[in-house]
Each structure stands twice: as C-alpha cells, then as structure tokens.
Write a protein that binds this ligand. Sequence first.
Ligand code: ZN
Length: 317
Amino acid sequence: MDYTHTPDPRPQVTITEVGTRDGLQSEPEFIRTEVKAEIVDALVAAGLTHIEATSFVSPRAVPQLADAQAMLAQLRRRADAHIAALVPNARGAERALAARVDEMVCFVSASETHNQANLNAPVAVSLANVAEIADIARGRTPLRGAVACAFGCPFEGDVPVSAVLRIVDAYARLSVDRLTLGDTTGMATPPTVARLVAAIRDRFPALRIALHFHNTRGVGLANVMVGLDLGIREFESSLGGLGGCPFAPGATGNVCTEDLVYLLEESGFATGVDLDALIAVARRVEQVIGRPLPGQVMKAGPRLRKYSLDDARRAVG
Ligand code: ZN
C-alpha cells in the first residue's frame, strides 16, 4: 500500500495568489524581473498552486508589469502550479499564449465609469474584446472571466446586480471556465456578497465562482466567511495584503494570503499552503518594496507560536 497520498479529508479551498499582478501593479519603483520571478517561485514552493503572476496590459498603462513575457520565461514552471496572466485584449491574449500561460484572465468592469478609466472603453466594447480573447483561448488554454467593481464603484457608488449579470451572461455565452467577482475597491459587505452570489447562481447554477476581495474597509475576511458559508471554495488574495488599483482612488490591498490561509486552516479547510514558508515570502516582499505590509499573521505568527519570556520583557518597554 502506498500511504504517501492519503487524501486530506478536510474540504479543499483553492487560493489564487494575485500579489505579483494586482499587488505590484501600483508599485512606483520598478521591481527587477528576476526578483518578481523569485517571489512567484517561492510562492509555488510554499504550496500555492494557482498564481495570477502578471498582466499583459499596455506597458504605458502599467509600467511595473511591462516585463510580463520575460518574467514568465524566468519562472521555474512546475506541472502542479497553474500560472495565469491577465489579458486586456486579443493582442495581450496572443502574447500570453506565446508565454505558455496555464490560464488567461479577461476582465470587464460592472461600472461604465470605472471601465472607461481602467480599460479606456465602454463596457460594450470591452465585451466585444472579451469575445475575441475567448476565440483565441478556445481549445488552447482555460479562460477565466473577471468582473471588476462587482460590489461597487468608487465613481458611481453601488453597482446594480443587473450590471454584473450583463457581464456574467456574456461570459457564460462564451463558455468561460470560471468566474471571478472582483471587489476592486473593497466595497463588498456580507449582505452584498450573499445577494450577488445568490443572483448569479440563480441564473447560472453551473458556473464556478471565485471571490476576490480587497480589505480596504477591514471586512475582507468577513466577506470570505460569507462565501465559505455559501459553498464557495475559490478565493483570490495577495501575500502580505500587497496592492491597490492605480485606476481606483482610495484602493488598498487585497485580502492578505497569510491571513486567509490562517483563517481557512483554523476553520477546518485545507489549503495546501505552508504558512511559515508563506510568511517568509511576505517578509521578502517587504524588503523588496521597502515598507511594511498590512498582513497581520506575518507579524504575530500562527496562533500557537510560543514566545520566550525574554520576548515578553522586551515588548513591555
Ligand atoms: Zn483586485
């Protein structure tokens, strides 16, 4: 008998790490390509199997990610790690395919104003772009459809559920493999998460939903708990809580991956992630960007971390 592959009886949750894409895109200082690749390799080594590593948006719009192709080429690609990239249009999709991504992510904002600011196009034009991307992806790589500002827009306020459903409907007709509901500027709350997920499931019961929260107003993990209660098993987060959105005023980082792993594991779910190894990567990123990250568990350590009395005496001062 082979005892080395005993399946974990706990329910599995898939975390997609978006730190080097969503997190780094607004960093003003260019981070060297090999450092980005080193971070992604370390995340995979820590047990993260799904990484949205970079974006093929215009280098003028996001100079930090102008090295997408080179960065992907430097990764130590492993069969057990799915490397995804964000693609804004057909050209980006062709470049992503040439870089052998395991998944492409297209995106449209549920808010006209944010879509114009982010993609420089009306929603209808972006949906036509997505159809072109889907044509390119078909039979070659899985495609995930993301809805930005699904829970609210910094310019328009509340976003009607019908605006989200319009985009989800287009994605469903294009047979996207997975849907991400993005809370781009941290406006989601437990009731709005429950309402939107229910509305989408009502119309598209077979669609796999992932939730992407930002912790802008401190309720990111509360929203994750609502998703878990609803049976969602896929969440997106960034190490250390790195991030923001250059096209959305007041945006801050994603839900923090270490804090998410801690919450999930302590709540009886399996993530496959080595928390200590992940904390080490988050500390490395703090060095790289030269400032502290908002993650909590990276500062306090896991719950059963034991301090020496000497540590306690030092803390008094
Ligand atoms: Zn985001």
